[in-house]
Design a protein around this ligand. Structure first.
Ligand SMILES: *Cc1c(COP(=O)(O)O)cnc(C)c1O
Length: 237
């Protein structure tokens, strides 16, 4: 079933990319595996999935230990600076950097581990009080500060826009993230300004996100099926 789901998503990604004249291979599928047991991640891996996104550190640690092979783990949850050491150790990419304090902590721990972390800056495009992310007008300032952190590579932007009823409702938010990335690119604020990543689009709206320039889509439900509605932070898998 996971194999079928992945095949459907890959076909939909391909179709959406070709429809708007983009290279389908330039779009990475991040399998969002929060609350999903390790055995089901392995099933996805067997079907060719190599990038996994996790929201909770402790839960992720258990699964990262159980999967082997050339995998890429992305942290997509809310990060506190007292957990930065664990995050820097477990993950290759941190998608949710939204303030200097957390970035500085990640940088320090990455340095200690002798590694360089790829990061995305999370932007709160919808200015929602309950959501993490830097406000769009503060993004340039934050990116200027992040340039000084030599153990981080700022690869691009990530967003989680306001939840709409229709996929089309996400389009203006995706478009505004793309616009912001172009402004920041013009200022040369990313690690590689010729390959800026945009992580946007979920199970319900990823084709719209691709049309608006997503290079990473974060898909949970459409791969693994429904998960428990409420986060249980320290589930033992
Ligand atoms: C859970 C989650 C997703 C996946 O959402 P689906 O609708 O299940 O595809 C993507 N991004 C983040 C940050 C999430 O927390």
């Amino acid at each position: 079933m996971i194999g079928d789901n992945l095949a459907h998503i890959r076909a939909a990604v391909r179709e959406a990319a070709l429809r708007c004249g983009r290279n389908p291979d330039a779009i990475k599928i991040v399998a969002v595996s929060k609350h999903v047991a390790a055995a089901r991640l392995i099933e996805a891996q067997v079907h060719g999935q190599t990038i996994f996104g996790e929201n909770y550190l402790q839960e992720a640690a258990g699964k990262i230990n159980q999967l082997h092979g050339p995998l890429e783990w992305h942290f997509i949850g809310h990060l506190q600076s007292n957990k930065a050491a664990t995050a820097a150790e477990l993950f290759q990419v941190i998608q949710t950097v939204d303030r200097l304090k957390i970035a500085a902590a990640l940088n320090q721990h990455a340095g200690r581990l002798g590694k360089t972390l790829d990061v995305l800056v999370q932007v709160n495009v919808g200015r929602e009080a309950q959501k993490s992310g830097v406000l769009p007008e503060d993004a340039a300032g934050l990116l200027r500060e992040l340039r000084l952190l030599v153990h981080l590579r700022v690869r691009g932007l990530m967003t989680m826009p306001p939840l709409g009823r229709e996929p089309e409702e996400s389009r203006p938010w995706f478009r505004s993230l793309k616009q912001l990335s172009l402004q920041l690119t013009e200022e040369g604020l990313f690690y590689d300004n010729s390959a800026v990543e945009l992580s946007m689009g979920l199970s319900g709206d990823f084709t719209v996100a691709i049309e608006e320039g997503a290079t990473m889509i974060r898909i949970g439900t459409a791969i693994f099926g429904e998960r428990p509605k409420y986060p249980t932070h320290d589930v033992v898998i």
